[in-house]
Design a protein around this ligand. Structure first.
Ligand code: ADP
Ligand code: LRH
Length: 475
């Protein structure tokens, strides 16, 4: 193709952005258009996303994108997984819940009473996480489920608001727990066993297909009504992690990845799912990737531990400089505690340093004494968890890995990258920071004919445009 420009909307659990992506045979360039925080809101019935505020920012960002680039060829949306809105007709039934809301505990009990976890795993291939859509649905009141006529995951909801078309993008649908891991279709039998109305689940759509054209009212709102051709919204790997893994700048096949942001998604890419008893016991997930790949990975906690600590320290009004704090953490010379980052006690929002200190005291480990020691302990513990996960991923899948790619916001954390190299004994290639947006852009660009090629070719393009930073293991 001759090249062109598309707009990527990437909504992370911490922040959202709208990017212009310029793509041609010689590379990719990203131009940030808008960035906005994603701040959840607690009301009497629980913890919610501020979805209307996010959508307002999406529209404002798209308006700015069209102002800068009237030649825009396409738009696509990705976000964090598992969360959803229920709708009846055009109306959203209540505000979407945040996956950290405590109601899922009830859902887990209800779901496992109907279908034991071993059977869920054989069908969906999904690791046990209380946040999974299936457990959230297990906590929904019956009358609300019966009143609804559609369930849309967050990117599907934004696509619906933009186009009026309701579809379920396949990579993100794979995080619900209701997709069959082998057929990649909604599992009707499982949905029936759980007593969920089958009609809630829209027709699936594959990355690269067109969702629809912008509604006239939306085109008007973003200043695109006068454009020569109506703007399409394209389906991409709308699960942010699917887009991030797509854009790993890997050369060859023997790599592992860590998509590092609020969560760390640690694993390998496979052609076929692994749903053995052993992988179930190790709690490994098989999520759907772009171009039919399997993302065989584990949700290891992530920089949530750090950002929630910083948020706690900032409550007194002080503003913390993250790069300075990371430099202090790098200078800590005494050994620090290595704690269990996946402990269920760290999932909810709130005072993180106190919870970490309590974990260390309860487990006979040295309690961190300063902010720098807390940060060092968090990063050592994450790196250790990565090493354990990566060893398991290789053992369970039979894939042998010689390089680890770290992408996402956490790839800027040099200390974390170095500790990961040290604890795994493998070289770490860090970056790009905006892998998710790049994956979003590339699948749109390929659909629009701006670029051609399979995953390997697209990844080579990423590597040329965003050369990663190399960390060698110590010793
Ligand atoms: P998400 O997509 O989940 O919202 P991101 O991929 O944007 O997350 O990553 C956010 C994380 O990136 C932050 O929690 C922070 O720890 C890390 N980060 C951001 N900027 C820097 C920086 N300059 N140095 C080190 N880490 C950073
Ligand atoms: C990362 C992510 C992850 C999911 C979690 C809900 O942003 O999408 O892959 O497990 O958020």
């Amino acid at each position: 193709g001759a090249g062109g420009v598309v707009a990527a909307i990437d909504l992370g659990a911490t922040s959202g952005r709208v990017m212009l992506g310029y793509v041609g045979p010689n590379g990719i360039r990203l131009e940030p258009v808008a960035r906005f925080p994603n701040v959840p809101v607690r009301t009497i019935d629980g913890l919610h996303w501020n979805i209307l505020e996010l959508y307002r920012n999406v529209i404002a960002g798209l308006a700015e994108a069209v102002r800068r680039e009237p030649g825009l060829a396409s738009i696509a949306v990705d976000s964090w997984a598992v969360d959803y809105a229920l709708l009846r007709g055009d109306r959203m039934l209540g505000n979407p819940f945040h996956y950290r809301d405590e109601r899922t505990a009830r859902g887990v009990e209800a779901v496992h009473a109907a279908v034991p976890f071993a059977e869920l795993y054989r069908t969906s291939g999904l690791q046990f996480l209380t946040i999974n859509t299936v457990y959230q649905l297990g906590a929904e009141p019956r009358d609300i489920l019966d009143h609804a006529d559609a369930l849309l995951l967050i990117p599907d909801l934004i696509d619906f608001w933009l186009t009026g078309v309701r579809r379920a993008e396949r990579t993100n649908a794979s995080t619900t727990g209701l997709l069959n891991v082998h057929t990649r279709e909604w599992d009707d039998a499982l949905i029936a066993s759980l007593g969920l109305p089958r009609a809630l689940f829209p027709a699936l759509i594959e990355p690269g297909e067109t969702v629809g054209q912008l509604l006239p009212a939306v085109a008007e709102e973003i200043g695109a009504a006068h454009l020569a051709t109506p703007l399409p919204v394209t389906a991409i790997g709308s699960h942010d992690t699917a887009s991030a893994v797509m854009a790993v700048p890997a050369v060859g096949d023997d790599f592992a990845y860590i998509s590092s942001g609020t969560w760390s998604l640690v694993g390998v890419e496979l052609e076929h799912p692994v749903v053995s008893d052993e992988s179930r016991a190790a709690n490994f997930t098989n999520e759907g990737g772009v171009d039919g790949r399997v993302r065989f990975l584990q949700n290891v906690s992530g920089l949530w531990l750090l950002s929630e600590s910083v948020r706690t320290w900032e409550r007194s009004g002080e503003v913390i400089d993250l790069p300075a704090l990371l430099a202090e953490a790098a200078a800590v010379a005494e050994p620090v505690a290595v704690f269990e980052v996946g402990d269920a006690g760290f999932v909810a929002p709130g005072d993180m340093p106190s919870r970490i200190a309590k974990w260390c005291a309860d487990h006979g480990q040295p309690v961190p004494q300063s902010r720098a020691e807390f940060v060092r302990s968090i990063l050592e513990s994450l790196a250790e968890a990565y090493a354990v996960s990566l060893a398991a991923a290789q053992h369970l899948s039979g894939k042998v890995v010689s390089t680890i790619h770290i992408v996402g916001g956490g790839s800027q954390n040099a200390l974390l990258c170095q500790l990961t190299a040290d604890r795994t004994g493998l070289p770490v290639l860090a970056g790009p920071v905006e892998a998710t947006a790049i994956g979003n852009v590339l699948v749109q660009a390929r659909a629009a004919g701006l670029v051609t090629g399979d995953l390997a070719a697209l990844r080579a393009l990423v590597a040329e445009s965003f050369p990663p930073v190399r960390y060698r293991p110590a010793g």
